[in-house]
Write a protein that binds this ligand. Structure first.
Ligand SMILES: [Cu+2]
Length: 178
């Protein structure tokens, strides 16, 4: 009965052999997985090689605006769709409640994708591929990437950021070079 106080001396009862075995197994597994994180970074495509730099919301927003002004190719609702030159630095800004602007990238070209937030912590989860990043104001995360399939990719925010969190999305198009 949980309401009753525990019997005297409960803390120094001998540990059961099975429990001890499980503690050892769990500990060794944890150690093994720790080293697997390092291994998986090199082998397999699980972990991205990111760079991170300090920035300010104003500096980052200025870079986003500069790219958007120069390379917008069309408008989708409130969103400009920006097609920067292949191989260039591209920017996406998280804010309540959107990823801004939309990007159009060319398959097979390598881009440096810069991500930051200008207000709160946001998540950058690229769907349906398994890329998931935490994005903070004041830090600029740079992901070097080469899109290898064409299509329309959605971005969802997966760090709770307020009442509109569930509406916070974005989009990246990947097209064939033409
Ligand atoms: Cu968010």
């Amino acid at each position: 009965m949980a309401i009753a106080s525990p019997s005297a001396g409960w803390w120094k009862e001998p540990i059961h052999k099975v429990e001890l075995i499980w503690i050892i197994v769990a500990f060794l597994w944890g150690i093994a997985m720790f080293f697997m994180m390092i291994y998986w970074h090199g082998v397999g495509s699980q972990n991205l090689s990111n760079e991170a730099y300090r920035t300010t919301p104003a500096d980052f927003a200025a870079k986003v605006d500069k790219m958007t002004e120069a390379y917008t190719v069309r408008q989708e609702g409130a969103f400009p769709v920006v097609r920067p030159p292949p191989g260039s630095d591209v920017y996406m800004m998280g804010r309540v409640y959107m990823w801004w602007p939309m990007l159009e990238l060319v398959k097979g070209e390598t881009y440096r994708l810069h991500l930051s937030s200008i207000d709160l912590q946001h998540g950058f989860s690229l769907q349906p591929v398994n890329i998931n990043l935490q994005v903070h104001p004041g830090y600029e995360m740079v992901v070097t990437m080469t899109p290898n399939q064409t299509g329309q990719f959605g971005i969802v925010c997966n760090e709770y950021c307020g009442f509109g969190h569930h509406t916070m999305t974005g989009r990246i198009y990947v097209v064939d070079n033409k």
